[in-house]
Design a protein around this ligand. Structure first.
Ligand code: PMV
Length: 354
């Protein structure tokens, strides 16, 4: 066989939701029960680097392979990965049919090699960056003309939150209403440059794998929490509109208030599930108190916390209060904590008491 190897590399950042996705109305297509909105972190903080290659000379018997952080994964049992690869091949095949002079890449085995610069599956949105990078790398390899919003439909099938990592800045994932998911897509509502003072401090409280995987946790909440129905139907829609307005107006107190309330409401729904799901721990709660104290002392809201499916805190603040917010965190919670300062900041490793 022709030994030419076709290759493309890319990086994708992590995104941290301020209005949370929690609940699937379709678990195969990852269609959510509500819209969500996130901030894409700087590539200098948390990111995945992925290289995709394919060649007619790769043995068909090996099939497609995925190596994550140096270890070969079994993708034959990963329906989500297979769904992404199949959708990307369909798009490449369309190109090849329209232009028979193109090499038949869609028929070659794929080799995907991916590295995270942060702990995997610890509630740090590793699957978001991972699937976004996988989709982007293969879309580049296949020279697909689709826009990031169009590709978000594919990344969503890998991991819901991944659909928001193909774009920068402030990204809304519209839940959509169609059964086939064609209108469940992500769109950038503002680029990072719209609000260049925005910062995020990521406190790695624990790098252990999370207790309850997000898919399982979501199903439990949707099935058992009476509070959840109110969240999806009555609470989130208004918050989506309000936070888009806050971002548009660069209104930090409004952005912060909505972010903290939505994190609390999501974790309240987890606690309201049967059996209850606990993602926050004592250090998480100490971080919440510290943000409240910082805001109290400042006399206005200068910092906001948010937590995903794990105990790690993400603290949003603006650059002009960096001393107060990041400085206080480093001084009080710093010892033994590992952290990053992004968007749009730099990695802080092994922060020590200061
Ligand atoms: O897409 P998943 O399975 O990684 O779920 C992500 C869920 C949260 O991180 C808790 C919220 C969100 O919107 O990212």
């Amino acid at each position: 066989a022709d030994s030419t190897v076709f290759r493309a590399s890319t990086t994708a950042p992590v995104n941290i939701a301020v209005i949370k996705y929690w609940g699937k109305r379709d678990a195969t297509l990852n269609l959510p029960t509500n819209s969500s909105l996130s901030v894409t972190l700087s590539q200098r903080s948390l990111r995945t680097v992925t290289t995709a290659s394919c060649s007619a000379s790769y043995p068909a018997s090996e099939g497609d392979t995925l190596t994550l952080n140096g270890s070969l994964q079994d993708i034959s049992s990963s329906k989500r990965t297979l769904a992404c690869l199949a959708s990307l091949r369909v798009l490449r095949n369309e190109l090849e049919s329209a232009n028979p002079s193109l090499p038949a890449l869609s028929t070659y085995p794929l080799r995907i090699v991916s590295e995270n610069n942060f702990p995997t599956a610890a509630g740090l949105a590793s699957s978001a960056a991972g699937f976004a990078a996988l989709v982007r790398a293969i879309a580049n390899l296949y020279e697909l003309p689709q826009s990031p919003t169009e590709l978000s439909r594919i990344a969503r099938q890998g991991s819901g939150s991944a659909c928001r990592s193909l774009q920068g800045g402030y990204v809304a994932w519209r839940s959509g209403t169609k059964e086939d998911g064609s209108d469940s897509i992500a769109e950038e509502i503002a680029p990072a440059s719209h609000w260049p003072e925005m910062r995020a401090l990521i406190l790695v409280v624990s790098a252990e794998k999370k207790d309850v995987p997000s898919t399982e946790g979501m199903q439990t909440t949707v099935k058992t929490s009476p509070l959840f129905a109110t969240r999806a139907e009555r609470i989130v829609p208004g918050r989506m509109t309000a936070i888009e307005t806050a971002i548009h107006n660069r209104d930090f107190p409004a952005f912060a208030d909505l972010t903290m309330r939505d994190s609390n409401n999501f974790h309240a729904c987890c606690l309201d599930s049967e059996p209850p799901i606990f993602y926050l721990n004592d250090v998480s709660r100490a971080a919440i108190r510290l943000v409240n104290d910082i805001n109290h002392v400042a006399g206005k809201t200068v910092a906001a916390y948010t937590f995903d499916a794990g105990p790690n805190a993400v603290i949003y603040y603006l650059d002009d209060v960096s001393e107060i917010v990041a400085g206080t965190f480093k001084a009080i919670l710093g010892e033994g904590l590992d952290g990053w300062e992004g968007p749009f900041g730099d990695r802080l490793k092994g922060v020590s008491a200061g």
